[in-house]
Design a protein around this ligand. Structure first.
Ligand SMILES: Cc1cc2nc3c(=O)[nH]c(=O)nc-3n(C[C@H](O)[C@H](O)[C@H](O)COP(=O)(O)OP(=O)(O)OC[C@H]3O[C@@H](n4cnc5c(N)ncnc54)[C@H](O)[C@@H]3O)c2cc1C
Length: 343
């Protein structure tokens, strides 16, 4: 017999008491929103994204969290002093059980490891598939598919990129990091790159991974470089780690020479174009791009099955690094809750 939701307006079912992604987000300090947000920071249906973000804005999020300790960092990103404060403020009372699947009779029957629950409406907010060790599952996509929805192909995003043979020289720089500018299509990100034994990572790379599928990215390793009159060699002159410059020159069979004799090296450092091999993988990706197809929903409700809704990361909306993904989750949840309250 299914337990009814009678007497209760809603029930949050989650297999974890603690929202683990939220807990470790932003390195345990949860970057929960950003000062400058627009649909340009996201991939997905731009018109819908703007509508939802305008409905529940970054200012609304800041107002909601006004009594927790938070800081604005890098001039635009809001971090809590500790993610636990965000979790406490959200104060979610949950029914702890794993959702196995959802069935539609007159009402929905949600089958869980702790029995069946009957509900008139079901809102799927089960997130993406990255970081399975934190409890992520593909149940949201399975529910969508089961009810006839298309899933835009899932790919890891906000993740490091692996290298082809020609760029293996970068692997020997594991641990080195500095500010670069990466161009990918019409987007460019000026921020840190970090070399690792697997490839390249760091905020500039993570952001680029959102827009990268296959093909080339272009890195300016010395953004804003202005030639100076100097007799120093490049490795002593450039304001980037010497280890990098020497490795870069060696890989391209160039000499560590004075600026006057280093035209080719400078040009290459400013426009280093190459095709990464792939992503580090879902296990290291902050988010999943792709997801439940928005054109098959209206106001987050399935056009195929009445009273079935999808919000948050399970949708084919993915934001850049900087609090955009949590803002999307808050905005889409709030947008839907207002509609449901008024229906
Ligand atoms: C390491 C890391 C750092 C991040 N840092 C940031 C950041 O600083 N700022 C930012 O904006 N974004 C950040 N993100 C992304 C952000 O955490 C997610 O986009 C966001 O949490 C998605 O929210 P959601 O509610 O859609 O899904 P989730 O937060 O993933 O929540 C889904 C919930 O569904 C539950 N669930 C899944 N399957 C089942 C099942 N079968 N049965 C029952 N329950 C289930 C899970 O337990 C989970 O609690 C980070 C992500 C990671 C992995």
């Amino acid at each position: 017999m299914a337990k009814h939701l009678k007497g209760k307006n809603f029930l949050i079912i989650d297999k974890n008491q603690t929202p683990l992604k939220l807990k470790i987000s932003g390195g345990g300090k949860c970057n929960f929103t950003n000062e400058f947000i627009s649909n340009d920071n996201y991939i997905g249906d731009k018109k819908l994204i703007q509508k939802v973000l305008t409905h529940y804005t970054n200012k609304d999020v800041l107002k909601f969290f006004k009594d927790i300790n938070y800081k604005r960092i890098k001039n635009n990103q809001y971090f809590a002093s500790n993610s636990n404060e965000i979790i406490k403020k959200l104060n979610q009372k949950k029914f702890i059980a794993e959702i196995l699947d959802v069935e539609k009779r007159d009402n929905f029957i949600v089958h869980t490891t702790k029995g069946d629950i009957e509900a008139k409406k079901v809102v799927v907010a089960t997130g993406g598939v990255s970081y399975k060790k934190l409890g992520a599952t593909d149940i949201g996509y399975k529910i969508a598919e089961q009810f006839g929805h298309d899933i835009i192909s899932l790919k890891p995003a906000l993740v490091g990129l692996s290298l082809q043979k020609e760029q293996f020289w970068m692997k020997s720089l594991s641990g080195v990091g500095f500010e670069v500018e990466i161009k990918i299509g019409k987007k460019s990100f000026q921020d840190n790159i970090l070399f690792s034994h697997r490839g390249i990572t760091g905020p500039a790379v993570l952001n680029s991974s959102l827009y990268w599928d296959r093909g080339k990215i272009e890195i300016d390793f010395i953004p804003g470089f202005k030639p100076l009159r100097s007799n120093k060699t490049l490795s002593n002159l450039l304001n980037i780690p010497k280890r990098f410059t020497l490795e870069f020159l060696k890989a391209h069979k160039l000499k560590d020479d004075t600026l006057q004799n280093s035209k080719k090296a400078i040009e290459l450092l400013q426009n280093y174009s190459f095709a990464p091999a792939g992503y580090f993988g879902f296990e290291m990706a902050e988010v999943t791009k792709g997801g439940v197809k928005l054109s098959e929903l209206k106001n987050f409700e399935s056009k195929k099955v009445k009273n079935l809704y999808f919000i948050g990361e399970v949708l084919e909306v993915t934001g850049e690094l900087g609090g955009y993904n949590l803002q999307w989750c808050f905005s889409s949840a709030k947008y839907l809750s207002l509609l449901l309250c008024n229906s």
